[in-house]
Write a protein that binds this ligand. Structure first.
Ligand SMILES: Nc1nc2c(ncn2[C@@H]2O[C@H](COP(=O)(O)OP(=O)(O)O)[C@@H](O)[C@H]2O)c(=O)[nH]1
Ligand SMILES: [Mg+2]
Length: 195
């Protein structure tokens, strides 16, 4: 599973939450630390992996993120592991470099799921990110984070419209490992009409 999205939307945190969920369900997981761009990104994901007792394939700063993803997949294949979670580097905004890099990682990793992670608080920006990633890279679903901070957010609706109905796979509702939920459309609609 490849996790995509701009800086700060919660990709790394979400990967830790999902790794926690999967290991509890007895799936064997490896994390690919393919954010080789942002300072401290390697240490951040490694810290989560250590806490969760999950193997993390690390990269080097400025190194090729596709190679990290490739190594993690090879590691999983060699040991018969079930799931590879690939972290990626966002940027402050979508630009040509980011899209090119994500296309390349996707080509190398050939993931079963490419999930776009957005921040509920980002409003219209989240919508344009969704449109861009859907058109340029191709995604299979979305994860909307920080709903704890913005329960009435219309972001879910706009993002789903912008991705031509791609499912919201999970929502993030806090910073702890347990703070991840399935999206509930009914709760969402009720929330929208709360005054
Ligand atoms: N309140 C809240 N904070 C979140 C949630 N998901 C992530 N965060 C916080 O958002 C910040 C950026 O998260 P990070 O995973 O580093 O984002 P990345 O740049 O996309 O990898 C961190 O401080 C996280 O703890 C969420 O669902 N709710
Ligand atoms: Mg990150």
């Amino acid at each position: 599973m490849l996790f995509l999205g701009i800086n700060g939307t919660g990709k790394t945190t979400t990967i830790a939450k999902i790794a926690n969920m999967l290991t509890k369900e007895k799936f064997r997981v490896v994390i690919a630390a393919a954010d080789t761009f942002r300072a401290a990104a390697q240490e951040q994901i490694k810290e989560h992996a250590d806490r969760l007792k999950v193997k993390c394939i690390e990269g080097s700063y400025g190194g090729d993120p596709g190679a990290v993803a490739y190594d993690a997949i090879a590691h999983a294949n060699a040991r018969g592991l079930d799931v590879v979670l690939i972290d990626t580097a966002g940027r402050m905004a979508i630009n040509h470099d980011l899209i090119g890099e994500m296309k390349k990682i996707k080509r190398i990793a050939n993931p079963d799921f490419s999930l776009l992670v957005v921040d509920a608080l980002a409003g219209n920006d989240a919508t344009s990110q969704a449109k861009e990633f859907e058109e340029q890279v191709g995604i299979d679903g979305t994860i909307i984070n920080k709903l704890d901070a913005d329960e009435k957010s219309g972001t879910a609706l706009s993002v789903t419209y912008a991705t031509k109905g791609k499912p919201i796979v999970y929502v993030g509702v806090g910073q702890k490992y347990k703070d991840i939920k399935k999206f509930n459309a009914e709760d969402f609609v009720n929330g929208l009409f709360k005054i």
